[in-house]
Design a protein around this ligand. Structure first.
Ligand SMILES: [Zn+2]
Length: 330
């Protein structure tokens, strides 16, 4: 079908772009570097973390003494710790709102864009990825960044810790005893497979997603302590970050998405690795796997260290063109 030179008015609400749009996917395995708290609920003075129940449909394997795998009867459900995708999304969005600009103001203040008061401007680097709703001006546009995964691999339940007292009663009033409280924590070294997906974005639009993803690693968690790292393992070299970045028009790669039923870190790494290097029906062990139709790259996958470098390159572009960009009248 011939492409029209004057684009028709957009029905999607998205302005036409002069540059090629792509889909982007980030696949990663995160590791808690210490205890993590992402609050869910409070039960009798215990602050609970969010967990999920995973129904087991696959029978778990158990090695016999002779080294043979033995089929075990299926357990009914597993309870696992969880970094909910919506909470990760919230942290990433705040990273952008709080990003420092060259003007000395935060990016959110520069664009008058916050939570829940989004600015809904088409050129806003936050709203263009996360979407916006501006009821007064009757503007809404759909977010093109979605988050997935987050179910821990190891089935280790949260630990309850006694904390000294609630901050709200730190200033001791006469006749009022400080209130001790307990808090659950996700244990350190839990592994969380996570995924970010972007729908029809230009490369400049994707730069804010890359910047937010990398910056959020040290800031995931509610309260203190915070932070995860990219788990490492053998991909092409030893100790590479378990990270894959796809930019594509046609989804040709096997997706390195892990089953929430998986409980063994070694098997999880093996599945992640196998999917990473399986593109368009064959194994290709390369740091960049690319397919083209004529001149057009229709699928590009960056793996491990190379994926990290590519995300950093996008992140640097965001810093240069958004954070260090001075615009008249803003
Ligand atoms: Zn905005």
């Amino acid at each position: 079908m011939a492409r029209s030179t004057t684009p028709a008015p957009a029905k999607t609400g998205l302005l036409p772009s002069k540059t090629q749009r792509y889909h982007f996917d980030i696949y990663a395995i995160l590791e808690g570097t210490q205890e993590l708290y992402f609050g869910e609920d409070v039960a009798v003075n215990v602050n609970l973390v969010e967990t999920v129940k995973v129904p087991r449909t696959l029978p778990p394997r158990q090695e016999t003494r002779e080294g043979n795998a033995q089929q075990m009867p299926p357990a009914t459900t597993l309870e696992k710790c969880y970094i909910s995708p919506t909470k990760r999304r919230g942290v990433e969005r705040r990273i952008l709102i709080w990003a420092p600009t060259v003007n000395g103001v935060l990016l959110g203040d520069q664009y008058e864009c916050g939570i829940p008061q989004t600015c809904a401007k088409q050129d806003c680097p936050i709203c263009c990825a996360f979407g916006a709703l501006q009821p007064e001006q009757d503007i809404s546009f759909v977010g093109r960044l979605t988050h997935g995964g987050g179910v821990a691999i190891q089935p280790l339940l949260p630990e309850v810790k006694q904390r000294a007292r609630h901050p709200s009663v730190m200033s001791r009033q006469e006749g009022v005893d400080p209130m001790p409280y307990k808090r659950e924590y996700n244990e350190p070294a839990l592994l969380y497979p996570v995924y970010n997906h972007c729908l029809s974005m230009t490369e400049p639009e994707f730069t804010s997603v890359a910047y937010a993803f990398l910056n959020a690693l040290s800031r995931l968690g509610a309260g203190n302590p915070k932070g995860v790292r990219l788990a490492e393992g053998q991909l092409l070299a030893e100790e590479e970050p378990l990270l894959v970045l796809d930019r594509y028009l046609a989804p040709l790669g096997k997706r390195p998405v892990l089953s929430p039923q998986e409980t063994d870190p070694n098997t999880a790494l093996q599945h992640f690795r196998e999917a990473t290097f399986f593109v368009f029906g064959k194994r290709e062990e390369q740091e960049i796997i690319e397919h083209r139709i004529g001149e057009h790259p229709v699928f590009t996958r960056w793996v491990g260290n190379r994926a990290m470098q590519e995300l950093q390159r996008y992140s640097l572009e965001f810093t240069e063109h958004v954070l260090l960009h001075v615009e008249e009248g803003r």
